[in-house]
Design a protein around this ligand. Structure first.
Ligand SMILES: [Zn+2]
Length: 287
């Protein structure tokens, strides 16, 4: 198996919202905000090339910016073009060639690329995999989750219902070597996507396990327990998840894959007495 990083979109988020309870006096030391307090973000995605020739995408990003209202585009400083198609084209991969899509969760900046502006599936041959709990959350009509799963995401899930395959926790290995594991916190149904052994584009000869954590650890600056986004639906679960997983990630040399880091696609981390966890080796991709 081989993973190749892709930039799906670039956008910006409120710096305070990205670091939750931590005051700006601290987070501005490692993240520079603009005059509107926005910090740069990427919607990162990955091309997955399986040993049997199947091709998949991990995440679709925000999708075509035309999806969004002018207000939303301005608010998120969304680039005018959806970068994912260009990134795939550079690799010679067509939309038709994508056999499956994995989503960590169904927020707009992860699932936004599933459907095109005409209401058709962007990737016509792709089956879509998420944790069963996340599909249930999208379909729950829970008014408290209105902001998490707005009408356009619900509409996407209705239109693509026959292509969406909920992955139950009892059988998390939905493809050989790829697991969808519970990573609650940012959302109730979020998945951590674990690859038991994969090559990484640009790193010759390296075979590593890798874990995509969705928004439980969106950037290289979210390694400390308390550094978590204000968008987390269940903040303490995010911390509990980090407490459970980070020791293993550090000890076993798992490559941590970042969903929104504007500079890095991933990193290997080390435990640290003072700072909890620190970057051991950063992976910035080969773009
Ligand atoms: Zn996100």
């Amino acid at each position: 198996m081989k993973l190749t990083p892709l930039t799906a979109n670039t956008f910006a988020s409120d710096g305070g919202a990205m670091f939750g309870l931590v005051p700006k006096g601290i987070w501005h030391r490692f993240c520079t905000a603009n005059d509107q307090n926005l910090i740069p973000q990427r919607a990162n995605a990955w091309l997955i090339e399986c040993d049997d020739g199947k091709k998949g995408l991990l995440e679709t990003g925000c999708g075509d910016p035309d999806w969004f209202s002018d207000r939303e585009r301005t608010h998120h400083q969304l680039e005018e073009t959806w970068l994912l198609p260009q990134s795939l084209e550079k690799l010679g991969v067509s939309f038709e060639a994508i056999d499956f899509i994995i989503l960590s969760h169904a927020h707009w900046d992860h699932a936004g690329g599933l459907m095109d502006n005409d209401g058709n599936p962007t990737f016509p041959n792709a089956e879509i995999f998420l944790r069963e709990d996340e599909v249930n959350c999208v379909q729950s009509d829970d008014p408290l989750l209105f902001k998490s799963y707005p009408p356009k995401i619900q509409e996407t899930f209705e239109k693509l219902a026959d292509r969406i395959f909920p992955v139950p926790d009892e059988e998390p290995e939905f493809l050989p070597g790829i697991y969808l594991l519970p990573a609650q916190g940012h959302t109730e149904g979020q998945a951590g996507i674990f690859f038991t052994e994969t090559e990484i584009s640009g790193l010759e000869g390296v075979k590593t396990s890798a874990l995509f954590t969705g928004d439980n650890c969106p950037t290289q600056h979210h390694l400390r327990m308390v550094l978590q986004t204000a968008y987390d639906t269940y903040p303490l679960k995010t911390r509990a998840w980090k407490r459970e997983w980070f020791p293993r990630i550090a000890k076993d040399g798992v490559l941590l894959l970042f969903t929104h880091d504007p500079e890095a696609y991933g990193a290997w981390i080390d435990a640290d007495e003072k700072k909890e966890y620190v970057i051991k080796e950063i992976y910035t991709g080969n773009e």
